[in-house]
Unconditional design. Structure first.
Length: 114
């Protein structure tokens, strides 16, 4: 920074460095905002993702998001896992046994401690 008659002058380089320091914070803000959004199906949280067509993936995500109670959601999830397991067996693939429960947020609060 340059001083001229007691006033701090901001140079082009200083503006660049200030921007460069704030840029990671902006990225963090966007990442945390996206994480708080609705559940998104992806290869990391959907058993059999690679065995589904793009249309099936969209439909699966919409279906999971549509449930209002745990029992219906869990019944769909079990049926989906069974279907993906059958597809994997036909192709000689092995799917992971466990994963995140996409329906867990619908459990009654008394069941969440189990």
């Amino acid at each position: 920074m340059k001083r001229s008659r007691g006033v701090v002058l901001v140079t082009r380089a200083n503006r660049f460095y200030s921007f460069a320091l704030l840029l990671p914070l902006a990225g963090y803000s966007v990442a945390t905002t996206q994480a708080a959004g609705p559940w998104r199906a992806n290869e990391g949280n959907t058993r059999g993702w690679m065995l589904m067509s793009p249309e099936e993936r969209i439909a699966h995500q919409a279906t999971i998001r549509s449930f209002a109670n745990y029992d219906d959601c869990h019944a769909y999830q079990v049926a989906h896992h069974r279907l993906m397991q059958e597809r994997a067996m036909r192709l000689g693939l092995t799917l992971p046994d466990h994963g995140r429960d996409a329906c867990a947020h619908l459990r009654p609060s008394s069941d969440s401690r189990d």
